[in-house]
Design a protein around this ligand. Structure first.
Ligand SMILES: NC(=O)c1ccc[n+]([C@@H]2O[C@H](COP(=O)([O-])OP(=O)(O)OC[C@H]3O[C@@H](n4cnc5c(N)ncnc54)[C@H](OP(=O)(O)O)[C@@H]3O)[C@@H](O)[C@H]2O)c1
Length: 275
């Protein structure tokens, strides 16, 4: 895929972390970006950075990409419908949708009420599915498009303190692999992204058993991959129309251990430091 100002990439969760890094990376490549999440002022700040990055440095005159801020609460169907109506007013085909908004969890299953399970599922799974189902017919009408979903390595196996989060990311796998099987022949390409540990605020914002934020940057995230590198790898996988991509460092080994040496995975999962 060659990017131009006419290429439109819609990124949810674009106000921070991986989503913000993705917006900036697509800006650098010359694409137009729609940035969505709840925090409008943070989205505006990212959009401003995108506009600066995308300014051509070679002095050549060409159409500049656009950066639109469309706030959305991905845990609310009504808010998603409103955002989709706003995007409709832009009157431009969406070429790439990146379902990135999400929240994690840091709590034992036995302490966690089902209201937290539902909260995590509502955002990570149902919000993603709702938006995807709104955008899909539009993409089909425009001859195709690309839909990515940001899962997690814990969308490949279970992990302590992540029962709801891991379940929500496993659910994305089932949904998006099925969608891919149905629609690739209609030029709807689907990429499932499985990040390992990326240095973002995901653990700070993660829900604890009482619904408050964990509030701390876990060691795993502190020592993780930079979101900018993660964004480059995600963009490349989407451009190459990969069905799935693992993004991270040595923690990715666990995915292969779970698959090929399950007994070792069960032992490691019991003993691993989950923060
Ligand atoms: N960092 C990692 O180690 C890691 C590993 C595996 C997978 N992931 C996945 O990567 C994705 C991005 O997370 P991140 O690491 O970049 O963490 P992050 O910095 O906490 O970013 C999360 C993003 O989701 C948005 N968001 C949260 N609740 C929302 C809601 N109700 N409606 C709309 N947007 C909402 C946030 O924006 P607002 O607050 O402005 O709404 C923010 O932009 C998530 O799906 C996460 O599960 C991350």
């Amino acid at each position: 895929m060659v990017y131009s100002a006419n290429t439109t990439v819609w990124i949810t969760g674009a106000s921070s972390g991986i989503g913000a890094a993705l917006a900036e990376h697509y800006a650098r490549l010359g694409a137009s970006v729609i940035l969505s999440s709840r925090n409008e002022s943070q989205l505006q700040a990212v959009a401003l950075r995108c506009a600066k990055i995308s300014a051509p440095s070679d002095g050549k005159k060409r159409k500049s990409p656009d950066f639109f801020v469309v706030p959305v609460d991905m845990a609310s169907t009504e808010s998603i419908a409103q955002a989709w109506a706003e995007v409709g007013k832009l009157n431009r085909p969406i070429n790439v949708l990146i379902n990135n908004a999400g929240i994690s969890q840091r709590s034992l299953t036995r302490d966690t009420g089902t209201e937290i399970d539902r909260k995590v599922m509502e955002l990570n799974f149902f919000g993603t599915v709702t938006l995807t189902k709104m955008v899909l017919p539009h993409m089909l009408t425009h001859g195709g498009g690309h839909i990515a979903a940001i899962s997690s390595i814990v969308g490949k196996f279970g992990f302590p303190l992540r029962s709801a989060y891991s379940a929500s990311k496993h659910a994305l796998k089932g949904f998006f692999e099925s969608l891919d099987a149905e629609e690739r022949k209609h030029r709807i390409f689907v990429t499932l992204v499985y990040p390992g540990f990326i240095t973002t605020k995901i653990s700070v914002n993660a829900l604890t058993a009482d619904g408050t934020a964990h509030g701390a940057m876990d060691n795993n995230q502190k020592q993780g991959m930079a979101p900018e590198i993660c964004a480059r790898k995600i963009e490349r996988a989407i451009r190459r129309r990969k069905h799935e991509v693992l993004v991270g460092r040595k923690e990715l080994l666990l995915v292969h251990i779970r698959r090929f040496l399950p007994a070792l995975y069960y032992t490691m999962a019991r003993r691993v430091n989950p923060t």
